[in-house]
Design a protein around this ligand. Structure first.
Ligand SMILES: Cc1cc2nc3c(=O)[nH]c(=O)nc-3n(C[C@H](O)[C@H](O)[C@H](O)COP(=O)(O)OP(=O)(O)OC[C@H]3O[C@@H](n4cnc5c(N)ncnc54)[C@H](O)[C@@H]3O)c2cc1C
Length: 320
């Protein structure tokens, strides 16, 4: 077994951004697990995504047309089983999504693959895959190995890796398989309700407040500060759990990943491991905390030991 198979995902004719994140996720292990990265697109009109998927880190694109225009878990599973039988990858990655919940587990069981879902770290120990995911209600990070499995299938959490930026010209081909008669029928596609809040995963500058903000009435002050400096206002979990800011603003393991963020300012946030999971990768982190021993300083490029309200005043004066 050698090489890596990445499964792209599209819905209603639009490629889901997680598809490109998966390409980035496997780059660190490609040497250890085999050099070739193949990206498969399954479904009617798969070729439409060729240009978007022609990125650095992709060696080959494989398009698998299906009889039905809509996603079908059984057909997808059969397509992937047939492709995997041909290319014999050591690692298969799929998005951790509502679609993959329909086919990934049964694909793994039927073919004897190692399997893990909601994975947010992929590494190699020699030629063995090591996956990181949450355990015990996301209280700890668990590293999983898959002894005896020559192929491992991982469902990866979106919003975790930065997509590749450089275009490339990977080889492209079609792949035909024998589609099973479908036992399910698509009745209607119902779009999820639109959210009118910001998408924190897409923001380049985030100013987040934690429990140090003290009380709900103080949030407005930091909302104004975020507006003044041109940042999106984020928060730690206690702030969202208290209902002071919407859950969609929460950064961290059970919130959003600051995937596109270049500058992250953490004010009154201690730096618990679950918060760091959503932002520690950001290139420039500025932390403001009254406690010089706060963990947030371990990931910060710039640290201010001080009162977040005083620093907020200074920033307001500076940017006004
Ligand atoms: C399953 C699970 C999932 C979780 N997911 C997430 C998640 O996605 N995101 C997340 O954030 N947390 C998450 N948590 C919670 C996490 O463990 C921490 O409890 C949380 O991150 C702490 O938030 P905080 O830093 O705002 O609060 P605290 O830990 O209470 O820290 C407040 C900080 O503010 C400082 N401070 C106080 N006053 C001031 C001031 N005036 N000026 C400057 N600094 C001040 C203090 O020194 C302190 O360091 C999760 C926990 C579990 C169990």
């Amino acid at each position: 077994m050698s090489g890596i198979l990445v499964v792209a995902e599209h819905r209603q004719g639009v490629l889901r951004p997680v598809s490109l994140e998966l390409v980035s996720a496997v780059q660190d292990v490609r040497g250890a697990l085999g050099d070739k990265v193949t990206v498969a697109v399954i479904g009617a009109g798969a070729r439409a995504h060729q240009q978007t998927l022609s990125m650095a880190g992709v060696d080959e694109l494989v398009f698998i047309d299906t009889p039905d225009a809509e996603f079908d878990p059984e057909v997808t599973e059969a397509a992937l089983a047939a492709l995997a039988a041909e290319i014999r990858p050591s690692l298969v990655v799929v998005p951790h999504s509502v679609d993959s919940m329909g086919y990934a587990a049964s694909l793994a069981i039927r073919n004897g693959y190692g399997f893990a879902t909601d994975v947010f770290g992929v590494a190699a120990d020699g030629a063995a895959v090591v996956a990181t995911r949450g355990g015990y209600g996301q209280k700890v990070n668990v590293e999983l190995e898959f002894p005896g499995a020559s192929t491992v299938l991982l469902a990866l959490r979106g919003g975790t890796w930065k997509p590749p930026v450089d275009a490339a010209s990977p080889a492209a081909r079609d792949f035909a398989f024998s589609a099973p008669a479908s036992r399910s029928k698509n009745v209607e596609f119902i779009s999820p309700p639109a959210t009118n809040d910001v998408d924190m995963t897409a923001k380049e500058f985030i100013l987040s407040v934690g429990r140090g903000v003290g009380e709900e009435d103080n949030i407005e002050r930091f909302r104004e500060l975020a507006d003044t400096v041109g940042a999106a206002l984020g928060c730690s979990r206690p702030v969202a759990d208290s209902g002071w800011l919407p859950k969609s603003r929460q950064i961290g393991q059970s919130g959003k990943t600051a995937a596109q963020c270049k500058l992250y300012m953490a004010m009154g946030i201690s730096g618990a491991i679950q918060h760091l999971a959503g932002m520690k990768h950001v290139e420039t982190i500025i932390a403001v905390n009254t406690d010089p021993n706060a963990s947030i300083f371990s990931v910060a490029k710039y640290g201010v030991i001080g009162d977040m309200f005083e620093i907020a005043d200074e920033l307001e004066k500076h940017f006004a």
